[in-house]
Design a protein around this ligand. Structure first.
Ligand code: PLP
Length: 483
């Protein structure tokens, strides 16, 4: 509803105020003077008290309005607004520097706490300004190389190529490794569809494998039953930041002579056996979409074990054009390049990776402690061999709960807390029904029906975290009281 529909003039009548209150249903209206300045708030109760006194229906509202109210500047942060919202002050008008009403806040109408918002207040602007000032805005330019170098260094010197997004990163990795029509690639049934789509782009067939109950990653005990003479690769996806069981996967791949392509889109900063994910494979890929641990808006990276494969990938990334012979194409390639502008943001973001991972782990620790005694939740874990970057804090609502996952999502939404249900099982969606057997993918189906992700941004404040934890815990407590 437009703020204008919730406001009236201080000379308007009490009758008009009642009509507006009746129409808006908010329980309060804002009163402005001739200059548009906010001068009062008016509730049904204020009117009742005024009418019991001397006021008439045709008296001006300024006789009844409350002049002593809480208002805040419109740019006020959520945490301050939250501190001011009490059982008495349920609605706070927000004004500009001239005292003009521009918005209002209530517990249901805070700036929403988003599931994952980017934080771009490091050197990103400085570097991107440098691109603009120097005219290096396309895919040539020092930031692309610098961004790739950061990944190379982080992955023990493995050659890295920046690309346009995490999906084409996967496609480029698979293509450069020679995955093609007739091949089969094993992948978890519980992932973002891009993992599976990229396999399909190459002409190969994805083979969907069920997941583990506690990490929600590909179940290594079930991999071998799907290996056929056509199997060429395994694609472990480190879901929500928890590393897959790479020792087991590497061992299976060795035994069956398979390639490994790690989809690390959700796991930058995660370690397996003390080493970064992305170093246990032939190629690893990352995504820098806006909700990822570091972002470039859209963007991706491929990290290669074999330099020659990386060289081929570099040609494929650039239309299949020979490196030293312009406009001479040796194969059908793609334009999968990242711009210098995006890479500039990436360099600024990468500088803060450690800090971001610490913040994600603080979020996770706070949630896990707050919900430790909730009998209805299955919380995310961190195995002894793993360091979980907790990209997205995700929990399951057990069947024993007197409420469903969707009830909780709905409740949190009303409280201004954004959440996400987890992925659908891949095999249930129309394009993928032939790639997995439903009766063999039961854990994936179960997790999919019960999981939700909580706000996991690296700039969540302690107040916001406390608000989320309290909101969830009192929702649960209300049910406990009824049961
Ligand atoms: C597991 C996984 N793989 C691949 C992708 C694709 O990345 P992008 O969105 O950058 O194409 C994503 C997320 O977006 C993802 O979560």
């Amino acid at each position: 509803m437009d703020i204008k529909e919730l406001s009236i003039h201080n000379q308007d009548t009490i009758k008009k105020a009642l009509q507006v209150l009746d129409k808006t249903g908010l329980g309060v209206i804002f009163i402005q003077d001739v200059d548009g300045k906010l001068v009062g708030l008016l509730t049904d109760g204020d009117i009742r008290r005024a009418l019991i006194g001397d006021a008439q229906l045709n008296s001006p509202v300024e006789l009844a309005m409350n002049r002593n109210f809480t208002s805040l500047p419109v740019e006020t942060e959520n945490k301050v607004i939250l501190d001011n919202l009490t059982s008495k002050v349920k609605i706070i008008p927000l004004t500009d520097a001239n005292g003009i009403l521009v918005d209002y806040a209530s517990i249901n109408r805070l700036r929403r706490i988003s599931v994952a918002s980017p934080v771009l207040n490091g050197n990103e602007l400085l570097y991107i300004t440098d691109c603009v000032k120097t005219n290096w805005i396309s895919s040539q330019g020092k930031y692309v190389r610098a961004f790739e170098n950061s990944f190379e260094k982080y992955h023990g010197g493995r050659k890295s190529l920046a690309v346009s997004n995490g999906t084409v990163a996967l496609h480029l990795a698979l293509d450069a490794l020679g995955i093609t029509k007739g091949d089969e690639v094993l992948v978890a049934d519980f992932t973002f569809a891009a993992s599976v789509n990229a396999i399909i782009y190459t002409g190969a067939t994805p083979v969907l494998v069920d997941i583990e109950k506690d990490t929600w990653n590909i179940d290594v005990k079930k991999i071998e039953q799907y290996i056929t003479p056509n199997t060429r690769a395994i694609m472990p996806v480190h879901i929500y930041g928890h590393p897959c069981n790479m020792d087991a996967i590497v061992e299976i791949a060795k035994r069956h002579n398979l390639l490994i392509i790690e989809d690390c889109a959700e796991a930058l900063g995660s370690l397996y056996a003390g080493k970064p994910v992305g170093t246990y494979c032939d190629a690893a890929t990352y995504s820098f979409f806006g909700n990822k641990t570091i972002t470039t808006g859209e963007g991706g990276m491929v990290v290669f074990k074999d330099e020659r494969v990386a060289e081929r990938a570099a040609v494929l990334r650039d239309h299949g054009m020979e490196k030293n012979r312009r406009y001479w194409h040796t194969e059908v390639g793609y334009n999968y390049r990242l711009t210098n502008l995006q890479a500039a943001v990436g360099v600024g973001q990468f500088e803060r990776l450690d800090e971001f991972v610490v913040a994600k782990r603080v979020n996770a620790d706070t949630y896990s402690k707050a919900f430790a005694d909730v009998p209805y939740f299955q919380l995310p874990i961190e195995r002894d061999d793993s360091f979980n970057s907790f990209w997205m804090y995700t929990l399951l609502v057990n069947e024993s709960a007197p409420f469903t996952r969707d009830d909780l999502i709905h409740h949190l939404n009303l409280k201004g807390i954004e959440t996400r249900p987890v992925f659908f099982p891949i095999h249930q969606m129309p394009p993928y029904v032939n790639f997995g057997k439903p009766e063999e993918l039961t854990v994936s189906k179960w997790v999919s029906a019960h999981g939700l992700s909580l706000p996991s941004s690296v700039n969540l404040t302690t107040t916001e975290l406390m608000y989320i934890c309290q909101t969830i815990n009192s929702f649960v407590a209300d049910f406990k009281a009824v049961v």
